[in-house]
Design a protein around this ligand. Structure first.
Ligand code: HEM
Length: 683
């Protein structure tokens, strides 16, 4: 029996199952895999002290062969990712629409495991790449595993699974050069976009602020594909899923994302781990958008088209439950790398629609996972195995863990009374919804799929002016990075369909002719497409307290208490590690130095000041932090001794800069500013 390395509080059933596999090696004798105790793990076996190695050194052979076989193929897409364990709590019964067990009653909890990922880069790439992000959720339900797969935008880049493979070839590093890593800013990607106009819509989402998330804790996710809910009576409803982060959806600026990519490529995974360790469990509410079968053709867009969103203003997202991530992984490889999400893993009450992207996806994942995990038996790995037992006649294969002891392994038998038996739908056996299908075998495209520009135009119309400005910068950077002038020109000529003014500015920036023609005549806009519509909180944002010896003890203690009260994460930043001492003897432990952290990694700064051995360096470090925070529109709190750092003629005009001097309410005002996140009106 293996050991349990985790503490015993509040373990759900999946955690208890995983405990069966958790092993702690510390404090134990080292052995070979066959359990022979090892006496020396540092020297190879040699014939004489200075003689040649011996073939009988089987311990070395085992050690080296294990080492060189440690890595498995990366995921073809989504190689870079991270995740955590958690649970889902149902808020209200969805019985009326679906018989899925985990949605039947309010209060029902289901354990789950998630993995967030970028798409383009390899496993070792940076977290902050401008990219679409994905979320795989494995619900360990009482009826078997249900895998929900989602992306961070409401639209995908292709309308048909067949095209996904081409767009990924165009998006990933170019075949001749192997570059660029984790970036779409290159010729083949933009050549693809220009020549496959269905790609434009999602590309604009990647170019928007939504493509640069601040944190996985602030990432929304959309199923994009259309599924079916099916209830006990067999009535089906079209459904799309949306997860809304309770903290709201927020982003980095392009400059920040690029810098952080170098300063801390693990920015998002570190943020997720830290928040969970601090007890600030990430939460996301599940919304379902539903369309009755009879309304299938009611909308201007085709509801089976993955490149079209379902506007929440027309099809509201009914909130039905909440996911909380409350436990970090213990082993990145065993839990994250071996996790296998598959949209084909569904439970009774959920079914597939005819969405042509989804139909192709149903085959892609198992094929990828057989290859990546090396055996058809990967469902038996601890992270993938369901909580309920599984029985069938599938046997053998590499790494078969089970010892099936039956006499038979075929269906319709008499020897084992025709078992394992099939279950009639009425008793829980899965039955596909009997969708009526008619028509000729074809590769034709449904008519509404050809509308490539209406929704991109609506998306553009819905953005605030600062969001539009960010998108123009992103387009100018990305298209401007293409060597081919023809590719640059083609993209500008495509963008004009979305917005003439935007395409003209981009044309000027990337050195090609201004586009002729005009955008599509659509003036609709939806607030839900802009980040401006999502909530903001100071809770769990990171404030760097820039401090030296002799700081104002009373003021800093009060401010830190207020920050703590609102759950703001505080990082004490000093000239050196150790402690700093205030004017009243208060001691603060320094968490980071000006060198080990960076203003790019902080959401806000509190300029306290004080003294340090090298005052010139101390002051210049503080000025650097202020400049970066100010330039990126971040809130800045200035302690009464920190005033000398702010060289402004009119301090009242510094939007988002909160001064402690003569302000008895400084702590609360500063927290309010942190919760505001960015001060776009700053000059
Ligand atoms: C709405 C569209 C899509 C969504 C929401 C989606 C989502 C996801 C998610 C969440 C993952 C799991 C990443 C992880 O393990 O953390 C994934 C992986 C993957 N996706 Fe998709 N995807 C979509 C479209 C497609 C299409 C059209 C294809 C191919 C036809 C595809 C092929 C793959 C492959 C091959 C993997 C890697 C699987 C593995 O090795 O485990 N995806 N996708």
């Amino acid at each position: 029996m293996s050991e349990n390395t985790s503490s015993n509080h509040n373990k759900n059933r999946k955690q208890q199952q995983l405990d069966e596999f958790r092993v702690r090696n510390a404090g134990k004798p080292m052995t070979t895999n066959a359990s022979r105790k090892i006496s020396d793990d540092e020297r190879i076996l040699t014939a004489g002290k200075r003689g040649p190695g011996l073939m009988e050194d089987v311990h070395f052979f085992e050690k080296i062969t294990s080492f060189v076989r440690e890595e498995i193929p990366e995921r073809k897409v989504h190689a870079r990712g991270y995740g955590a364990h958690g649970e889902f709590e149902c808020y209200k019964s969805m019985k009326q629409f679906t018989k899925a067990g985990f949605l039947q009653e309010a209060g029902k909890k289901t354990p789950l495991f998630v993995r967030f990922s970028t798409v383009q880069g390899s496993k070792g790439s940076k977290d902050t790449a401008r990219d679409l992000r994905c979320l795989g959720i494995k619900f360990y339900t009482d009826e078997g595993n249900y895998d929900m797969t989602l992306i961070s935008f409401p639209v995908l880049i292709n309308q048909d699974a067949m095209k996904f493979l081409d767009v990924i070839h165009a998006y990933q590093p170019e075949p001749r050069t192997g570059m660029p890593q984790a970036s779409g800013a290159h010729d083949t990607f933009w050549d693809y976009v220009a020549n496959n106009p269905e790609a434009l819509h999602m590309t604009l989402w990647v170019m928007s602020d939504w493509g640069l998330i601040r944190s996985y804790r602030m990432m929304p996710s959309f199923s994009v594909n259309t599924y079916l809910f099916v209830n006990e009576e067999g009535v089906a409803t079209f459904v799309r899923f949306i997860w809304k982060p309770v903290l709201g959806s927020h982003s980095l600026l392009m400059d920040e994302a690029q810098k952080i990519g170098g300063i801390d490529p693990d920015f998002h995974r570190r943020d997720l781990r830290e928040a969970i360790n601090m007890g600030a469990y990430p939460e996301y509410e599940l919304g379902v958008q539903m369309i009755p079968m009879e309304d299938e053709h009611k909308y201007d867009f085709d509801i089976l088209d993955s490149t079209k969103f379902w506007p929440e203003e027309l099809i509201p997202a009914e909130i039905v439950g909440k996911m909380t991530l409350n436990r970090n992984v213990d082993n990145e490889f065993a839990e994250l790398e071996q996790a296998a999400f598959n949209p084909a893993n569904i439970v009774p009450g959920i079914d597939f629609s005819n969405d042509p992207v989804l139909q192709g996806r149903l085959l892609a994942y198992r094929s990828a996972q057989y290859h990546r995990l090396g055996s058809k038996n990967y469902d038996q790995l601890p992270i993938n195995r369901p909580l309920c037992p599984f029985h069938n006649n599938q046997r053998k294969g590499y790494m078969q863990y089970r010892i099936d002891v039956d006499e038979t392994s075929y269906h319709r038998n008499s020897l084992t009374n025709n078992t394992p038996y099939t279950t009639p739908p009425k008793e829980g056996g899965y039955k596909h919804y009997p969708t009526k299908v008619e028509g000729h075998v074809t590769r034709e495209v449904p008519e509404k799929f050809y509308d490539y520009f209406t929704q991109p135009r609506i998306f553009w119309n819905s953005l605030t002016s600062i969001e539009k400005q960010h998108m123009i910068e992103a387009l100018s950077y990305q298209i401007g990075s293409c060597e081919s002038e023809s590719v640059r020109q083609q993209n500008v000529d495509l963008l004009v369909n979305v917005d003439k003014e935007m395409a003209t500015i981009v044309a000027d920036n990337v050195g090609v002719n201004r586009p002729t023609g005009d955008h599509v005549p659509v003036s609709t806009s939806y607030p839900s497409l802009s980040q401006a519509s999502t909530p903001k909180y100071a809770y769990s944002l990171k404030v760097g307290v820039l401090v030296g010896d002799g700081f104002n003890g009373n003021e800093v203690t009060n401010t830190l208490n207020t920050l703590k009260k609102y759950g703001v994460f505080v990082v004490i930043v000093g000239a050196t590690l150790g402690t700093v001492t205030g004017d009243d003897g208060t001691e603060l432990k320094v968490d980071e130095t000006f060198i080990t952290t960076s203003p790019y990694l902080l959401d806000s700064i509190y300029v306290v000041g004080g003294s340090a051995k090298n005052m010139e360096r101390f002051n210049s470090d503080i000025m650097n932090y202020i400049n970066v925070a100010y330039k990126h529109y971040k809130p800045i709190g200035v302690g009464s001794n920190g005033h000398s750092y702010i060289h402004a003629t009119d301090r009242n005009n510094l939007s988002g800069v909160v001064f402690a001097k003569d302000n008895p309410n400084f702590g609360e005002d500063f927290v309010a500013a942190i919760g505001h996140m960015r001060f776009w009106d700053r000059k």
